[in-house]
Design a protein around this ligand. Sequence first.
Ligand code: GLC
Length: 795
Amino acid sequence: MGSIANATTIENGYLFACENALVKLELFNAGTVRVNTIRANKEFEKFSYVVNGTPIYTPHEYFEESDYILIQTAKIKIRINKNPLRVQFLTLQGQIINQDHPSFGTSWIGSEIASYKSIQPNEIFVGLGEKTGNLNRRGSYYTHWNTDYFAYPTNGDPLYVSTPFFIGIHGGLCYGLFYNNSYNSKMDFGASNDRFTSFSAADGEMDYYFFYDDTISGILSQYTSLTGHMHLPPLWSLGFQQCRYSYYPDKEVLNVARTFREKDIPADVIYLDIHYMDKYKVFTWHPEHFANPDEMIEQLSEIGFHTVLILDPGVKIESGYTIYEEGIEKNLFLKYPDGDLYRGDVWPGKCHFPDFSNPETRLWWGEKYAPLIQSGIEGFWNDMNEPATWGKSIPDMVEFNYEGIGATHRKAHNLYGLLMARSTYEGTKERLMGKRPFVLTRSGFSGIQRYAAVWTGDNIASDEHMFCGVRLVNSLGLAGIPFAGYDVGGFAGEASPELFARWIALGAFSPFFRCHSMINSRDAEPWSFGEEVEEISRNYIKLRYRLLPYIYSTFYEASQSGVPVQRSLVLNYMNDARIYSTDYQNEYLFGSSFLIAPISSTQVLSKIYLPEGFWYDFFTDKAHDGNSEIIIDTPKGSLPVLVKGGSIIPMQSAVAHTGVEGDDTMEIHLYNGVLKNSFTYYEDDGSTFAYEELQYYLREIILDSEIKQLSLKAKSGQYHSRFKSARIYFHGFKMERPIQKNGLALTLRYTDYRFVLPLSNFDPWDKEQDASKMIRDLPYVQIALSDEEIILCWR
Ligand code: GLC
């Protein structure tokens, strides 16, 4: 870059002209700084598909000395050495948060541009989204190049989604760094060197955003202010979902759906994979297997099932096929520089590929959903959108419209999935008459959370993959993507009954909960592994439905703040060394209250780690001190679920699907703890955007175990809760009567309570067994739920 020759003020920042580079520094807010470097003779890019946040006026001070410049906001100091230009981020007290490597800084090798950063003492790196490997990325490197990777190994890279955003942690500090560059890029966390970390891209700019905050949640909130938040998904998409490559014909689809109802296993969604189409032609139906799709969708809907359809981008080259003909006529497909259309092979055979970077293509593709929506479909599954072609190497010269600016495949490849999902989300939203669309995507880039949920592609039925999926979803959460999941049971290969039982229990505590499996493999519905596994599946799926008030409120929180639903322990306990150990790195929090410890299919005794605080076994109420390793029985199908002391967990009665209201009494489970805690309860119609016009019901619930008081603050919003009363359960409290509601005495009752049965010693004819999983003499009170503040006090 050379040294700074000249510094000028620009809107929200400064421009530094160096001998060989131009560096723009923009203050987005007191903790978010953009550093954008290009070659001296180039112009800055004006457009990004990813960043939709804008800088806000940020009060700061600016000092210039002979050899450096210092910029200070309310949160950080940025010291810019002049000769050569090097950037340092410091706390207000002067502790280094992150700094350019003094020798290498930002530099080029041909068109490749890289930033080198000094590794801080004991620095740990986490996040990066859909990347395999350990929670701590130190010593690894990763490539960002979206790839269709069937049956990827548990250290495979790159996979389907790229989010070049990581979080660094050292000396009690944390920061985030997002490299906004869609070319093939690399992030190296000191893989084969001990001097620096680096991030580099094959071409384009060095354009990174630096985020500083005391907490990782704060960093995620800044990152998602920049790249966008998830919209609240429809409630049905938080229910259980059943998929298969592929259910056909229509009778089989109906048969599977009806079996859920007959067997009393709750479910909301059934998927149609590629066989519903005619010769895999997108936006068609198979003439024999699905001769009357409207009728089938209607019948499914009558029993409470939503149908989700797969839609791949490849358009079959076949004269007479409308989508193909229109795409050609309107000039919407990808082309070579000589004007010839790009052809690649996928399921339908030779295909052309829509150019989703052309706004017209996005609109056109969006319109194509109209007949499907007319038929009653509200959920769309975008697959193969890396884009995948057999051979896996689309020529780099292939050209993209890129909003009229023009770009080659080198720059647009990683954005293809994001833009296809955008076209689907926008196109379907416009046509769903006020209902929320559900879009699931395999590929994406930073910002994908604005349009779609992500699943982790073609995993394998193995214990290692079950754990790998958990870590992928944990780190997708750390990359601003809260709505994510894995194929429960494993896509490729076949799960043993033990593995399936564990996996489905785990899936009940993942944001996106779907079973899916590969063509020509054994049946993999919850009832296909014998009666015992069926019972275990039913119990955990029912538990998922009982927890929906808690889960939905947690999704609401994620949609507002960017804090994920499934939270790697690093989010709350970044300074606790044990959470990074390979023994415990899979553990996570599901929402703010549950700690989930994934265990392998055959393990019947498990050691798990409980971070600071006080914890309860969710199934037995057994209490444990935190900061400790505990050993617990984990018979077939059981899952360690611990509840943090101080938790407030709203639950409902079990329902067959989210279209059923259930009874009108909400359960609120309180867990004794030392600290004051609060929970934001959120409810709305679960299906429309009316919440944007105040049609929601939001209520702060505060538990103060010390002064022995629970308050349900007055509700806000104009929506009326479907719950008329609440039954409040006190776990781990020594309750001595009397208890009062708003100053008036209330009757305290006691009950035996059971969350999941059976977990072990299964005997299908003895429904009463396994009383050990029963919580005895649990105190509770029943209250009417008015909208005004309710205060409960006890002794
Ligand atoms: C891809 C998807 C998989 C799907 C299959 C057939 O492999 O990842 O989920 O079942 O294609 O469409």
